[in-house]
Design a protein around this ligand. Structure first.
Ligand code: HPA
Ligand code: ZN
Length: 350
């Protein structure tokens, strides 16, 4: 294990910001800032039910997942053309690069758009072009994961996968998001089996608000490689043992959990307990435009509230590369860069 020297509390935020990291749980539609929502609405002639950027932002007071999703889907209604998807993704990728996110696997929700008559091609090509430019202009590797909306039917998910197949080379996996409770993973058994047979990676939201049973079925019925959120696993000792032993990654989103009232406040988040139990925990921003912060804000606020250490900062960044769908060569490269970053930081300690 790479031993990290103690770092003075006042210098920890600087280290958290500087360290290279991967983001594995971020819904690109959730990166749409109110300013861009209004700009795209004007460009596309879409009428919004909010009078101003300020009025929209002041509606961001959520009590649970559903109260957020209602506003999140309304915000996405301004996206019509490939260029809109490009502009949204590019704005996120620039912010990610500034936070030293060196690799990102971005979720997108095609059904939110195809249901409004937007062609699948416009969605995927716009997002993909931003991913290509991110590598060339920002040095950030960016990939796409297609999510199925779990409040809709499995039939609709199968149709969505079918529509996306002409663009199979432009996304690396499938995920499952939207309203969790009442829509267990097993509802999507067939579409995940099909995605697996196509060689796509599989992930699913489970145990955000839903019970540990949803995490078991995401693993055993859907065959997922990562669990998105997964914080409710803490209530099931046998599940915790399994997740730790198999190093199943949990893509945890602390500011999201705070804003959607999954925990009463950030200080009571269970991320420390999950790390202590040996789970492959990562930190992510989920829907940064709605939840009050991008990657570095999630790291800095979580460490300040819970008292995580520099050793745990290293662990979280290392976990993000372990959990990424990158090549072994890339993983090796970023683990080296991570160590160099920590060594330099200690050398310059005062
Ligand atoms: N949970 C479920 N669905 C979502 C989320 C989330 O946190 N963000 C965007 N869609
Ligand atoms: Zn999410």
């Amino acid at each position: 294990m790479f031993k990290v020297h103690a770092v003075a509390a006042h210098r920890l935020p600087q280290l958290l910001r500087a360290m290279p990291k991967a983001e594995l749980h971020m819904h690109i539609e959730g990166s749409l800032e109110p300013e861009l929502i209004f700009a795209l609405a004007a460009r596309n002639g879409v009428k919004l039910p909010y009078a101003s950027v300020e009025a929209l932002r002041s509606a961001y007071a959520f009590t649970n997942l559903q109260s957020f999703l209602d506003i999140y889907y309304a915000g996405a209604s301004v996206l019509l053309h490939a260029q809109d998807f490009y502009d949204m993704a590019w704005a996120y990728l620039e912010r990610a690069a500034a936070d030293h996110v060196v690799h990102t696997e971005m979720f997108f929700d095609p059904q939110t758009h195809t249901e409004r008559g937007v062609p699948m091609q416009a969605v995927i090509e716009g997002l993909h072009r931003a991913c290509v430019d991110a590598q060339a202009k920002l040095g950030v590797s960016a990939q796409l994961i297609l999510c199925f909306l779990r409040h809709l039917s499995e039939e609709a998910a199968l149709e969505t996968l079918e529509q996306a197949l002409p663009f199979r080379d432009k996304f690396i996996g499938v995920g499952l998001d939207s309203s969790e409770v009442g829509h267990p993973p097993e509802k999507f058994k067939n579409v995940f089996a099909k995605a697996g047979a196509l060689g796509l990676h599989r992930v699913a939201h489970a145990g955000e608000e839903g019970p540990p049973a949803y995490i078991w079925s995401a693993l055993d019925v859907l065959g997922v490689e990562r669990i998105d959120h997964g914080v409710q696993s803490i209530h099931d000792a046998a599940l915790m043992k399994r997740l730790a032993a198999a190093r199943v990654p949990l893509t945890v989103c602390p500011l999201s959990n705070q804003k959607l009232c999954v925990f009463p406040d950030l200080a009571q988040h269970n991320i420390g307990a999950l790390l202590d139990a040996g789970l492959c925990v990562t930190i992510n921003s989920d829907d940064p435009a709605y939840f009050g912060g991008y990657m570095n804000e999630n790291f800095v606020q979580t460490f300040a509230a819970t008292g995580l250490t520099a050793q745990q900062a290293y662990q979280l960044a290392a976990n993000s590369f372990e959990a990424s769908f990158i090549s072994e060569a890339q993983r090796h490269h970023w683990m080296h860069e991570l160590k160099v970053c920590f060594e330099r930081f200690v050398e310059h300690d005062d």
